[in-house]
Write a protein that binds this ligand. Sequence first.
Ligand code: DGL
Length: 232
Amino acid sequence: MKTFNFSPIALIDSGIGGLSLLKPLVKKYPNENYIYLADNLNMPYGNKSKKWLVSHVNQLVNYLYYTFNVKLVILACNTASTCLIEISKKSPVKVIGLDLNSCIVDDYKILCTRLTSKSNSNLNTYPCDRLAGFIEDNFFDKKMLNRYIKRVLNKAEISEQNIVLGCTHYELLLDEFKSLLPNKNFVLPCKAFVDNLTLDKPNIATTKGNMLMLATLSTKSYIDKLWKIFNK
Ligand code: DGL
């Protein structure tokens, strides 16, 4: 199937997290058409096996390509991105994803999901087991989130100066992390990814592109939530 420069770009995450990549991406490429797919039916990805994630994400990629003729799929999820090579091998369309290795600076610790931690044993990671799910369910309750993140950070006992937010859900809460650890420096993989991205086939349209928000467990309130966070 041929794709065109106006074909949409798809982003996949297990939930709201990938919006932290979508926001700067739309700012950089406002004329592109986008499809955001939140796989909230299967959230969290961080507790899944690599084998399950590869075959499952491949099904989502096929759906996006054969239904919407997307020209590019972005894994807006650090956990799914740990399977990028395996997913790409079976994909009918180009798939790209986040790369924590490119975010490494001196004296760092990566906060991430269990699977991301397991898949990056060469890196200094700390798995924050239920944090992504907690953010997903309580995004608008800042008080509760603050308390939860504080507990996670206390447990993590971070002595390093640079903290990599290695889960896209965490990047959405940069302000909360900063307020709890004002003396640390935060590294943002989504921002780095978008800064370094050059599209192969950019849309030549001069008008603003369209955006479609999808969820595998699609309710009006969930889609509204995606829009609300995107527009924040
Ligand atoms: N937002 C995801 C990530 O960047 C996944 C969170 C999850 O589903 O466990 O890792």
